[in-house]
Every structure is written in C-alpha cells, then in structure tokens.
Design a protein around this ligand. Structure first.
Ligand SMILES: *[C@@H]1O[C@H](CO)[C@@H](O)[C@H](O)[C@H]1NC(C)=O
Ligand SMILES: *[C@@H]1O[C@H](CO)[C@@H](O)[C@H](O)[C@H]1NC(C)=O
Ligand SMILES: *[C@@H]1O[C@H](CO)[C@@H](O)[C@H](O)[C@H]1NC(C)=O
Ligand SMILES: *[C@@H]1O[C@H](CO)[C@@H](O)[C@H](O)[C@H]1NC(C)=O
Ligand SMILES: *[C@@H]1O[C@H](CO)[C@@H](O)[C@H](O)[C@H]1NC(C)=O
Ligand SMILES: *[C@@H]1O[C@H](CO)[C@@H](O)[C@H](O)[C@H]1NC(C)=O
Length: 490
C-alpha cells in the first residue's frame, strides 16, 4: 500500500547506529514494582472522572463536577472523562482510550488479578458515557465544553464555570472517525463485559453496530465542526483507519466476518488517500493497531502479517531496519508533542505480537537478524522500566510511583487546593497564581503518566508551563494497563 511504502523506503534509507538497550537489571536500579504501578495506573482514571462521583471514589480530593453537562443540547451528558489536564470532554480521544483500555483487559484479564474489578470500573465509567452520547440514532455528541474559554481558565473541575456547549455529528455533519472509534470502543467493551454482565455487553454491541453503520453510511470528517475540534483533537490522518478499526472490532465482538468487505474497502481507501504512516498508533492514526488486530484475527493473511513484521522490526533497537529512534537513555522517541503515547502504545503492540510469536513458536526476522519473542518483550519492558524510573534522571514519570516523580504536572485539579481545604469558589482568574507558583501540586494525581522527555534527549523539565512534558492523558495510561498487568506476572 502507498502509505506503507513510504515507511518501507524509510526502513532502508534511515539506518541508525546499532546501540545497546539498557537491560532491565542494569544501572543498579531496584526491580520495579509492577503490581504497585498497575494499581496506580488504574487509580489515575478516578482523578479524570467527570460527573457525580460514586461513594467508592478513592481519590477523594476530587469532587463532583459538570453535573449539568448536556443541558445546552437538551440531553444528559453527565459523566465520562476529562482527557488530560483541562476540563473539556473530548469524545474522540475518550473513545480511543476506551478501545485500548478494553484491549488491555481482553488480553490480560488473567494477569490483572485483583485489579480486574478496577479495570472494569474504569472502562464502564467511559462506556456509560458513550451510551449517553450515542443514545439518539444517527447522532453522536462528540464533545462538551468550549476549549478556548476552558483553556484560558486555570479552574478546578469542581467549580468550573466556563461555557459547556455540546457538539454533535449527524447526517448533515458526519464524523466517521469519531463514529468508527466510538463503535470500536463499544464493541471492544462488549467483549470485556460478556461474561460478567451479558445484558450490558449486548447493549454495548448493538449500539456499536448502530454507531458504526451511521459512520459508514454518512461519511465525512468531524473536522467540519471547525475550531471547536481543530487544532485540539483534529483528525489529521483521515477517517478510513477508524472505519477499519471499528469494523475489525465488530468482527471480533461478533465472532464473525460480517464486516470483512468494509475492512478490505477501508484498507484500499487508506492506500489511496496516503494518510498517516503505518508506524503510528494513537488517538489519531490507528494504522499499526489495525494491522496487528487484523493479523491476530486472520493469521492466514500474509499482507497484514508482513505489515506487522515491519512494525516490529522498526522497533528493534539493534535491527538494521530500525527506524524508530531511541533517546541515549533508551526511551522511544517518536513525537515531539506527547511522546509518551507512542512509548506505551508501541510497547503494547510489540508485547501482543511477541505473545503471538511465542504461541506460534516463531521468531521475528528483520533482514539478516533473528529475534526470539523474548527480545521483543525486553524492548517493551525497557520502556515500562524507563517510565518507572530506570532512566538517567532516575525520575519516575508516573505520579505517586517511586521516590522521585513530577511534582508540578500540568493539571488543573491537581494544581489547585481541594474543596476540602478551600471550599470557596475559585473563579477563572483565581487559579493563575497557583499555576505560576513554584510550589508542588497539593493534590497527587496518583498514577498519572506525564508526557515526559520529548526532544530526543532524556531531559525533563518539571514545570506546568510545558504541557508537552508534564501533562497526563487518559490514552497514555490505557495501553500501560495491559503492559503492567503482564509484567506484574512475568
Ligand atoms: C540513579 O540511580 C542509580 C542507581 O541507584 C545511581 O547509581 C545513579 O547515580 C543515580 N543517578 C542520578 C542522576 O541520581
Ligand atoms: C447537525 O450537526 C451540526 C454540526 O454539529 C449542527 O450545527 C446541526 O444543528 C445538527 N443538525 C441537527 C438537525 O441537529
Ligand atoms: C487524506 O488524504 C486525502 C486524499 O489525499 C485528502 O483529501 C485528505 O485531506 C487527507 N485527510 C487529512 C485529514 O489530511
Ligand atoms: C483468511 O481467513 C478468513 C476467515 O477464515 C477469510 O475470511 C479470509 O478470506 C482469509 N484471507 C485470505 C487472504 O485467505
Ligand atoms: C515542548 O516543551 C519544550 C520545553 O521543555 C519546548 O522547548 C518545546 O518547544 C516544546 N515542544 C513542542 C512541540 O511544543
Ligand atoms: C520561581 O522560581 C524562579 C527561579 O527559581 C524564580 O525566578 C521565580 O521568581 C519564582 N516564582 C515565584 C512565584 O516564586
């Protein structure tokens, strides 16, 4: 495919120097406590909750918020997650978070052990919201909150008073990427809840089908909503990847090949449109995730298999086909924006592929190099270990994990005093002194993984001014749930 060939050429042109990955036990670091990190990784989602908090809420410095969301559109849109350090509910990355959180749970439910119940809770908080957002046929409410006024105010979600407009896609203003992703999340979640709550799973699955049909029948990008969406979660790489992704998850959830034609057509369109690279996997481009998901379902398909091999080879640091870069300390370095998304997303895919290789008793061949599955797992482990503090700064990039972690994360709720300490309303401008302060954040957003080093070095500035280094997001943690579950048992 055309997009793939672009990447393919790079494989041969962009040879990088062979370098050694720091091994899991090198550097004199104590072994990471993956189980502790897993508990915290899931706890983070409680800190991102919007709506009426349940009595079981463990991050108690957070309070109820946005209890009238949806009112402006005459609908109930209370709930869901704030995506990052602000108070907007962005439906597109929220749905992606749901899909990958569900994928983590599907693949590693046994390894999640006692955390499985919290993983289910984290996912259900999200799918309950998606069910509200998709309650009307041929319509999806894709966002709540005006990103401009929100971003101009450093306010706690608990007393947020900025406008809460609702944004929708419908037959005249379609949004195939947000529909495809929402269908994927609902379908993947239906697999998660199939045995524990079959009725809920059935609701999720039938909604997934309706939402997918809407996105497929009325095609177009939600970028037409204009500056509410762009440049925040603008769909830069087109919507075909999400239509394929939604169809692939529906095939898996229905244990059928019902959506096979849609997949084949969507992949062809992706080739034609040349959007995105096959070495991407994040809230925007699903490419690498699509190929792995399709390959794991249709192992007879040599084209998907080849693309997955390409991806895995590109990640192997000693492979001569390597062209994903690493920092000197060993962190994947791919995107200057929020780099950590690639770190956790790529590592998750690599781990899943390694597990397949193990079960198929195969090795990975990259040019003249051969890798046993354990070599792929070592790369994924090195990334997780880096996040947990095995790096040149000895800095854990997960808040509340280890002894040294970011103290001034770019996150409104974490920065401002809790209602418990400061019950008086803090208005828009009242938050600025807290933002500018040199003091550590008063509230620990336990489990939040920040953007981290992002310029190709291992440097990190612990400052609220640099969201690209200190802002956490829901979609960075989602693949990490699966990774940590696996490493806590292996
Ligand atoms: C990081 O930790 C290692 C192992 O404990 C230690 O040898 C090293 O000096 C530390 N580096 C820094 C920059 O603190
Ligand atoms: C369809 O969506 C557009 C864009 O969000 C909105 O302006 C329009 O009012 C919606 N149409 C209906 C009938 O709700
Ligand atoms: C994807 O590619 C098509 C065809 O080249 C182009 O029209 C479209 O604008 C691209 N989409 C995005 C989101 O860049
Ligand atoms: C692979 O198998 C699936 C399901 O058995 C089938 O639908 C598909 O056409 C096959 N693909 C190829 C390339 O043979
Ligand atoms: C990210 O943050 C650094 C500061 O650490 C800044 O110098 C850089 O320009 C930022 N990069 C982007 C892409 O915003
Ligand atoms: C924060 O620290 C910097 C450098 O240490 C200093 O220049 C600045 O004045 C401090 N700001 C506040 C609000 O204390």
């Amino acid at each position: 495919m055309a997009t793939m060939r672009v990447g393919f050429c790079c494989v041969f042109l962009m040879l990088v120097a062979v370098r050694r990955m720091p091994s899991a036990t090198a550097g004199g670091w104590p072994p990471p406590n993956y189980a502790d990190a897993l508990t915290k990784c899931l706890l983070f989602y409680e800190g991102q909750r919007s709506g009426k908090l349940p009595p079981t809420q463990r991050l108690t410095w957070r309070k109820d918020s946005a209890l009238t969301d949806g009112q402006e559109g005459g609908v109930d849109l209370v709930g869901g997650y704030y995506d990052a350090g602000d108070n907007v509910k962005f439906g597109f990355p929220m749905a992606f978070t749901g899909t990958v959180l569900a994928w983590s749970i599907i693949e590693f439910s046994a390894e999640l052990g006692p955390e499985l119940v919290h993983a289910h809770e984290a996912l259900r908080w999200l799918t309950d919201y998606l069910l509200k957002a998709t309650a009307q046929p041929n319509r999806i409410f894709v966002q709540v909150g005006d990103p401009y006024s929100d971003h101009n105010c450093w306010e706690r979600p608990d007393d947020m008073d900025t406008p809460r407009p609702v944004y929708q896609v419908n037959q005249t203003h379609p949004g195939s990427e947000v529909a495809g992703e929402t269908a994927a999340a609902l379908a993947a979640a239906s697999i998660v809840f199939k045995s524990s709550d079959p009725a809920y799973a059935a609701t999720l699955l039938s909604r997934a089908q309706a939402v997918y049909n809407f996105g497929h029948t009325y095609q177009g990008s939600y970028n037409s909503l204009g500056n509410a969406v762009c440049p925040f979660y603008c769909d830069y790489n087109g919507y075909q990847d999400e239509l394929v992704w939604g169809a692939a998850w529906l095939n898996r959830a229905t244990s059928s090949t019902r959506y096979q034609c849609h997949i084949i057509h969507g992949i062809k369109q992706m080739e034609l449109e040349e959007n995105g690279s096959d070495l991407e996997f994040g809230w925007d481009a699903k490419n690498a995730g699509n190929y792995l998901l399709l390959f794991l379902q249709q192992k007879n398909d040599s084209e998907y298999g080849r693309l997955v091999e390409e991806f895995a080879c590109a990640m192997m640091p000693q492979s001569h086909s390597n062209y994903i870069k690493y920092t000197p300390g060993g962190l994947i370095y791919a995107t200057p924006g929020c780099n950590m998304q690639d770190v956790t997303g790529f590592s998750f895919l690599l781990l899943l592929y390694a597990r397949y290789l193990t079960s198929a008793r195969r090795t990975l061949t990259c040019g003249t190099s051969q890798y046993p599955p354990s070599a792929l797992i070592d790369v994924a482990r090195s990334q997780v270990n880096y996040i947990l503090g095995q790096n040149p700064l000895n800095m854990s990039y997960m808040v509340g994990y280890g002894t040294k972690f970011p103290q001034k994360i770019h996150h409104r709720g974490s920065t401002l005093p809790s209602m418990d300490q400061h019950p008086q309303h803090l208005f828009c401008g009242d938050g600025t002194p807290y933002f500018n302060s040199n003091a550590s954040n008063p509230n620990l957003l336990v489990g939040a993984v920040v953007g981290g080093p992002n310029d190709g070095t291992d440097n990190f500035v612990d400052s609220r001014y640099w969201p690209n280094q200190t802002e956490p997001t829901t979609y960075v943690n989602a693949p990490l749930v699966g990774l940590l579950a696996y490493f806590s048992k292996n």
